[in-house]
Design a protein. Structure first.
Length: 69
């Protein structure tokens, strides 16, 4: 089973930033659905949150040291 992070490692920083925005929006929508009683999206929510964390980690790794502070 290929690791999910590998698909993100091949992306450029601009693509990762776009992916981060999309995942953030997806997490927001799924959380809203969960609060309104639609519990089918629990697995999708967990996966989206994990993917978002992976993307943020890669962005942090790729950032120049001057920007990390």
């Amino acid at each position: 089973m290929p690791r999910r992070v590998e698909k993100f490692r091949d992306m450029k920083p601009e693509e990762l930033q776009l992916q981060e925005r999309e995942l953030s929006e997806q997490v927001f929508r799924l959380r809203f659905q969960m609060s309104s009683g639609q519990s089918e999206g629990l697995k999708k929510l967990r996966e989206a949150r994990k993917d978002l964390a992976r993307v943020k980690t890669l962005l942090h790794e790729q950032a120049p040291k001057s920007e990390k502070r």
